[in-house]
Design a protein around this ligand. Sequence first.
Ligand code: URA
Length: 235
Amino acid sequence: TMDDEKQLQLFDGFVRDAAGSEREGLVSSQPHLERVLEPAPRRTLWPETDRRDDLSDLEAVARAARDCQRCKLGGMRKNAVPGEGNPHARIVWIGEGPGADEDEQGRPFVGAAGRLLDRLIVAMGLAREEVFIGNVVKCRPPNNREPEPDEVHACLPYLARQIELIRPEIIVILGATALKALIDPKAYITRMRGKWIERGGIMIMPTFHPAALLRDPAKKHDVWADMQQVLARIK
Ligand code: URA
């Protein structure tokens, strides 16, 4: 019945919250990364997206993305790239979408831009395994074109659910596409990078995409400055 369904949803919510508070007891190899604050409250980050409450953990989101045919990219992929990393990550990094290498391997940021992102993460004193790395769209757009609005719209529920399940303290937005998709279609990355945005209790830091740094290495200074703000927050 309807009531049973509601009770079950409440119970599910309770189980998730209990799992969330257990996390505080986890022993981290990197003490500075232990969660010191309460997890961000569970709130809807992108109210305009369809909810995927049915996806109960990150593995379920990944499976759904691998089976997905919600947009035309589903028919063109070799492998979906759902994203990967620590389900209890304090920081989530979000790029645009898979390129050729990512489509080949089914893993995010494994090409040239990915190697630069790895170096950035290590330079920050973090490890790739302790953060979560994802993308706005989970399937590769042909010829690495930008994802189209209908593709972003179809795919956003997966990212929204991933973020809801992880409940990170910080999201790093990598580049203009993710900024436009997640914050404001009229936003400019050059204007908004380096400035905190708050959404549903999560602090968001937009910065340049690593591929932009490959084209214009001078931008590395800006990204490094932005990441100092991120580090200051997780101290
Ligand atoms: N660029 C992105 O935006 N995402 C990836 O996963 C790889 C390259």
